[in-house]
Design a protein around this ligand. Sequence first.
Ligand code: GLC
Length: 533
Amino acid sequence: MPQRKWWETGVVYQIYPRSFQDSNGSGTGDLAGIITRLDYLADVLGVDALWISPFFPSPMKDFGYDVADYTDVDPLFGDLATFDRLLEEARHRGLRVIVDWVPNHTSDQHPWFLDSRSSPQAVHREWYIWADAKPDGSPPNNWVSMFGGGAWEWDEPTAQYYLHSFLKEQPDLNWRNSETREAMYNTLRFWLDRGVDGFRIDMAHMIMKDPELRDNPMREGYEGPDEYPRFVHRHDQRHLDMHGVFREINTLLASYPDDRVAIGEVATDRWDRFVAYYGTDGDGLHLPFNFDLIFNTPWDADAVRASVDGYQAALPKNVWPNHVLGNHDQPRLATRVGRKQARVGAMLLLTLRGTPTLYYGDELGMVDADIQPDQQQDPVANRQPGQGRDGCRTPMQWNDSRHAGFTAPDTSATWLPLHDDYRTHNVAGELTDPTSMLSLYRQLLALRKMTPALHQGNYKAIEETPDGCFAYLRQEASQRMAVLLNMTPSPLRVNLPGISTGAMAVSTHLDRSGRVSLTDLELRADEGVVIEL
Ligand code: GLC
């Protein structure tokens, strides 16, 4: 067995900084707030790394994913000195820190873009993707923005269109320009030199487009109302040249000590295309985020097994898998599958082979809030009704006091309203309840940490399972763990011939222990168990 790296054996926890902890009564979370919660992450939960969504200076049109300066901190969140303190305090507790890097686009207020649009001859003109109108004045091609509407914005003074794959306030950088590339790599060096442990790379698969800017083909048979799925996104993203960039990033990180990590937000469709993000012999992204269980997989045992098996089988040698069940762009796990199955989801995520990424609040069973139109913040909510992402971004629920401990009780309002179930679902309350979701996460995290079979062992699906049950073995040397997940709301009987008995390590119901028979084991409704064989 090779010596595993920290980002292989560890667990990553995503913090959406606006919503984790406010330290100054602004109603929006900040870096100083995160510092006050590091003990929770290190000691109460026991995760290994935090990934913090963007906290850089930004006009906040897309809540920080529109970066106006890659090498500073927005005053809303603090300053560089506070970030350095966060890093030091995290280090002190054995926590790694991963920052979010947004290479596909900047804010339209970034000095590079302000210069770029100032004149066709501007020094930074080629740093963005400019193109002439068609003879009839229409945009250069049929590409559409992921946030709705066309992807090209006409710039009257310089008489060209610029590309924006998201909002028009988020112009796409031109990664084919070597100066842009070098400048962006310098922003990586800036944070690496400060001591960060790696990056989550936003929309990594989008950075390279078809150099000829060809039209996307229409998707056959699509009849829905949305524009984006109407096209096969063949030319506006995923140009194979992106792998060259990932190789360069990999090399850059490798020039620093201590295994800095590159995690990439990428498209997850076919496994052969997905595993290509790892590069050849692991010279690409270390962990291309695997969203297959969120996007492409119905929540049933056969489909989940097919996803996990398909991924494990497609993985090249010398690379490491990972799994994601929630983030700041998707409805929360407990909203998608319900709170009972969310416990099974927690067990799945924390017992699979591969680095798990947890989304803040999922450990409490937080569900999406219903945000009223007058309280909406996400630009997507206004442009594509029904698709807003505010619901999964509400403030963290720490206790049952006013504002849930997220900010001082006398703060007039929080940037997004809290979910009103914070009185019953919060850290303080769940800590005193031995069967709460938080108690389950703590047990699973502790078990994963102390069990090599779980944090680095191999994986094998178990065949002889009843319908509705997904089961697998994890093994490292002589240590063997069986995970059996009842993904249905009815009890199931499991009979694993050849394995007679084992010791119950944890049940999602948190009420079982001792030796159990595996030739006749009852899994209660929505129950998952981990058994040491
Ligand atoms: C990524 C981010 C999302 C953002 C988008 C544009 O998908 O996760 O929040 O809106 O990129 O930067």
